[in-house]
Design a protein. Structure first.
Lengths: 332, 298
């Protein structure tokens, strides 16, 4: 990374966060709520995106989403902790640890083996979650009101504070992930999809790259699950169900893999779609969802963000070309 | 002694079901090199088709044999139609695309088909146990079993034999094997590769629907039965080696035995038996028991 040049992704992330914070009071609470839910979906989807860059499709990120959500609910209930930031951090660490352990097993698998093993694990977790009494069975658990570094909002303020909290957690984690992906180690992740043997000849361990990518994806999904639990103030075994993991895949498919910002667009779109679809055609939701996925796979496999990136690079190219062409025009 | 014979019969019956569910999946993988998640939806579509066919034939006063024939006929026709549609409209455009993209496409197809069964049935649980009840019970080792379940073992072995015979002893089967080995050379030799692929996919989806149709009299058919099936079928196929029919038979036997043993001796871990068997085999042979050894790509 060249330190003196401005990083547009970080600038854009901060701009979104600041605009959202300042504008939060001005928008209706239901839009704030959708935004809040999108941050949680977006974080988990960033994890799916990282794995997909390595050529690995995980159908099991819902497992860590579940770990994150339930870590918050259980610690708030039995540990009496009400500080949102502490809870999210603990949830992310718990999910990261779980991913590090499972990743040891999965790091040797690729392709459909990886996809189906992650799917199987999340289905095992789901069936455990519906049966264990500590987890509240299929009803799930409720989560009480939170405090934010000593600030204890009540009533309408609580929803506002919760929104701003989610936005900044998302921003902070997205910046960290962006820095990781820009680092030398992060650059190895897409290389796994390209050619594994070449990485090994360069002196890196492919296994370790996949393991780290899986751990980080798990941690992000855990943080996402924690935010989802805090937003809805309720967690249930549906967090672990494979359709939840399918949602993250949809988001990445829709928005593409160009940057850590992309999944946020897809996630916001998904939440809007979900809230409208459940009102307009509640019984055909899966059909609409599946048909959209098929349409994207068939007609725009690179994702919508490719269009933005293409336009942006075209604009920059034109701007970079202009003085050059003028100079050439003068000399000739 | 009673427990042992019960375990053996249960293992055989469960393995037979597993093989029926998995054979279409492994066939499609073998020829088209794609994991068809929509297979779970084919299974539930077949089950619903059988429910309606059996219901109609019972209303017409047909006998047990005709009821089963109607169920299998309806499932096969619908399976063939859906298979043709899916292969021609979706998969044909995705051959050669990255693996995750194809996986997502079949996942999307699963969602759509699963939702269609929900729309048609209205989301209720449906039953069609008449053929199974009519066939009565049979005593093995001092225990009573439904004749239908025992007969399924024979059906499953027949499917295995037919698949083996077709692939190894007929001209068509040799063409399919050639396409699996190298589709470009087969095309050069005059084999219509596209037609072989379409045909295989249709046979695979018909097999998936038939598995659902044969299971329908045993269970309450409700939305969501397809999800579990795809994971279990994958476990079976992976244990034996993806794309191999004898592998599917072996995988079904191992997973069926694991499930039957745990069901009788440790019922609390029965749900996990399938996954344990899969993880245990994959830890020793990462590509399954009967998968050929392949070199790493460079």
């Amino acid at each position: 990374m060249k330190g003196h040049r401005m990083d547009w992704t970080i600038a854009a992330l901060l701009a979104v966060a600041i605009v959202a914070t300042v504008g939060a009071a001005g928008v209706p609470s239901w839009i704030r709520y959708l935004g809040q839910l999108s941050t949680s979906t977006a974080l988990a989807s960033v994890g799916v995106m990282i794995l997909l860059r390595a050529g690995l499709l995980s159908f099991g990120q819902s497992l860590f989403y579940f770990v994150g959500g339930y870590a918050v609910a259980l610690i708030a209930r039995y540990g009496g902790v009400t500080d949102a930031l502490a809870l999210v951090m603990v949830a992310a660490i718990a999910a990261g640890l779980a991913a590090a352990i499972i990743g040891q097993l999965l790091a040797g698998y690729r392709g459909i083996f990886f996809s189906m093993l992650t799917l199987a694990l999340s289905m095992v977790m789901f069936s455990v979650a519906t049966k264990v009494r500590l987890f509240g069975g299929s009803d799930g658990l409720n989560i009480g009101l939170m405090s934010y570094l000593g600030y204890r909002p009540r009533g309408p303020d609580a929803q506002w504070a919760s929104f701003v909290f989610c936005i900044w957690v998302w921003t902070a984690l997205a910046i960290m992930t962006h820095a990781f992906l820009r680092s030398r180690f992060g650059a190895l992740i897409p290389a796994v999809a390209d050619n594994e043997i070449r990485i090994e000849y360069l002196g890196y361990s492919v296994r370790k790259v996949v393991w780290v990518a899986y751990g980080i994806a798990g941690m992000l999904a855990g943080a996402g699950g924690a935010l989802a639990g805090l937003s809805a103030r309720h967690v249930d075994p549906q967090f672990a169900y494979w359709t939840t993991a399918g949602d993250f895949i949809f988001v990445v498919l829709l928005s593409g893999q160009a940057s850590v910002l992309s999944p946020a667009l897809g996630a916001f779109f998904l939440e809007i779609l979900r809230s409208y679809a459940s009102a307009l055609f509640p019984d055909q939701w899966q059909t609409a969802f599946g048909a959209m996925m098929l349409a994207i796979v068939l007609f725009l496999p690179a994702g919508l963000d490719r269009l933005i990136v293409l336009i942006w690079s075209a604009v920059r190219k034109i701007r970079a070309l202009r003085p050059h062409t003028l100079e050439r025009g003068r000399s000739s | 002694m009673g427990t042992l014979s019960a375990i053996i019969v249960d293992a055989a019956s469960f393995s037979a079901w597993l093989f029926l569910v998995a054979v279409g999946l492994t066939l499609i993988f073998g020829v088209l090199r794609l994991l068809n998640i929509a297979h779970g939806a084919f299974y539930s579509v077949g089950a619903y088709a059988a429910i309606y066919a059996i219901g109609a034939s019972v209303a017409l006063g047909w006998g047990t044999a005709l009821q089963l024939a109607a169920a299998l006929g309806a499932a096969s026709v619908i399976g063939a139609l859906i298979g043709l549609l899916v292969e021609r409209c979706v998969l044909l455009r995705l051959y050669g695309h990255p693996e995750p993209l194809v996986l997502i496409a079949t996942y999307a197809l699963f969602l759509v088909l699963d939702d269609l069964t929900k729309m048609i049935s209205g989301g209720r649980s449906l039953y069609a146990a008449q053929p199974r009840d009519n066939l009565g019970q049979i005593a093995i080792g001092g225990l009573q079993y439904p004749t239908y379940d025992i007969a399924l073992i024979g059906v499953s072995l027949m499917v295995a034999a037919a698949a083996w015979y077709t692939l190894n002893r007929t001209r068509l089967g040799r063409c399919v094997t050639a396409v699996v080995f190298d589709s470009e050379i087969s095309a050069a030799m005059g084999i219509h590769v596209g037609r072989i692929k379409t045909g295989t996919f249709i046979v695979g989806s018909v097999l998936g629907c038939i598995a659902g149709a044969l299971t329908a009299p045993k269970i309450a058919v409700s939305p969501g039965i397809g999800v579990e099936v795809i994971v279990i079928a994958f476990a079976v196929v992976v244990v034996g080696g993806l794309g191999s029919i004898p592998g599917a038979l072996l995988g079904a036997a191992i997973v069926g035995l694991a499930r039957a043993v745990t069901a009788h001796l440790m019922p609390e871990v029965e749900v996990f038996a399938v996954y344990f068997a899969m993880v245990a085999v994959l830890a020793v042979r990462p590509h399954g028991l009967l998968a050929p050894v392949a070199a790493r790509r460079i």
